[in-house]
Design a binder for this molecule. Structure first.
Ligand code: PLP
Length: 395
């Protein structure tokens, strides 16, 4: 059987692999605490579901414009203006089939073979694969745990070469749970001035920021930043709509048009009745979104405190998204109940098999010293899971 070299080179998503093994064990009757999920544990609010049902009943079951219905692109433009200070026309916006699709399509629209893309560690697992699928090369930049794993301006400057086509910034960050301050972002934007480097700003966790953290869109920093930035966002995380596959991209007209051409051949439009529901989500969303944010904040504080209470575990308190990303490397080189813990993969596997706690190893995010724990689960689950983790580490 012939399979393309391109497809053979793509590994399965690491987060999906852990979840599958956890589900397998659950099916065998094992009680698993799951910290591996990358999606909110809340249901989609009813008023959004109702809007989709209404759209279906009204016969919204046919193709729409490939880039999405004008009502939705107009609503997104209004959101970006009112909440992010970004002035985009509806033509500068394309609705994609989830943020993952936005990432893939924007890279296909911008990158050529041999281009370099600056990617700070830790990175979301999908970025390196989508960069490579566009024939480009990820230029991985090591970051410093003392700077909460955020790239510094001098590191960005050093990474730029004649081949650099793009810099990816993801704030709030998956898996790091950190958020860049407006000052840190401005310093990064200054480094890019006078270069041809585009920015892909993945803002999918925008609504989930904690404490005094202030979210800022990269494109809003200056006119220069606006002109070089592709802003990516979606409905999955903010509105608990992961299964609806609704994401969007805003940016320079030429790039959005190129994405539209690609999309017209790849997928055509996002799901028609989901687009109507997304309009409703944007128009009535704030109350439900804030309730979820408050609950996530409570869990973030609790989980980080508990993790830091375990000997040899170091964890920054998350300022955004729904992940803790502790350094557990002080346990590497040890043997726990017969399992050699050489790195994050062994750590995650042994923890799942021996203590029935599922988390994601840091290696696929570029950080083998760390593991990722999602707090998209109840406080009771968090308490139970961290108790088990602590007991396992002490065993
Ligand atoms: N960007 C980041 C950083 C993510 O973590 C995810 C999902 O996990 C996405 C984008 C895409 O989300 P979706 O495809 O569900 O819209």
């Amino acid at each position: 059987m012939k399979v393309s070299k391109r497809a053979l080179a793509v590994p399965p998503s690491a987060t999906i692999a852990v979840n599958s093994r956890a589900k397998e064990l659950q099916a065998q009757g094992v009680d698993i605490v799951r910290f591996a999920a990358g999606e909110p544990d809340f249901d989609t609010p009813d008023y959004i579901k109702d809007a989709a049902i209404e759209a279906l009943r009204a016969g919204k079951t046919k193709y729409t414009a490939a880039a999405g219905i004008i009502e939705l692109r107009t609503a997104i433009a209004a959101k970006l203006l009112n909440e992010n200070g970004l002035n985009y026309t509806a033509d500068q916006i394309i609705v994609n089939l989830g943020g993952k699709h936005s990432v893939y399509e924007s890279m296909q629209a911008v990158l050529d073979p041999g281009d370099e893309v600056i990617l700070p560690i830790p990175y979301w697992v999908t970025y390196p694969e989508t960069i490579k699928l566009a024939g480009a090369v990820p230029k991985i930049v090591q970051t410093d745990p003392d700077n909460s794993y955020k790239i510094r301006p001098e590191q960005l400057k050093e990474a730029i070469t004649k081949k650099t086509a793009m810099f990816i910034i993801n704030s709030p960050n998956n898996p790091g749970g950190f958020t860049y301050t407006p000052e840190e972002m401005t310093a990064l934007a200054k480094v890019l001035e006078g270069t041809n480097v585009m920015v892909l700003s993945d803002e999918i966790y925008e609504k989930l920021v904690y404490g005094k953290t202030k979210f800022v869109s990269f494109a809003s920093l200056s006119e220069d930043a606006y002109n070089r930035t592709i802003t990516l966002n979606g409905f999955s995380k903010a509105f608990s709509m992961t299964g609806w596959r609704m994401g969007y991209t805003a940016g320079p007209l030429e790039i959005i048009k190129a994405m539209g051409r690609l999309q017209s051949h790849m997928t055509q439009n996002p799901v028609t009745f989901a687009q109507d529901a997304a309009v409703t989500a944007l128009s009535k969303g704030a109350g439900e979104v804030e309730k979820m944010r408050i609950e996530f904040e409570r869990r973030a504080k609790y989980m980080a405190r508990r993790l830091n209470g375990i000997k040899g575990v170091k964890c920054c308190e998350p300022t955004g998204a729904f992940y803790c990303f502790p350094d557990v490397s002080s346990y590497y080189g040890r043997n726990i109940n017969g399992a050699e813990i050489k790195g994050s993969m062994d750590f995650a596997q042994a923890l799942l098999e021996q203590a029935n706690v599922a988390l994601v190893p840091g290696l696929p995010f570029g950080c083998d010293a760390n593991v990722r724990l999602s707090f998209a689960c109840s406080l009771e689950q968090i308490t139970r899971g961290i108790d088990s983790l602590e007991k396992w580490l002490n065993s």
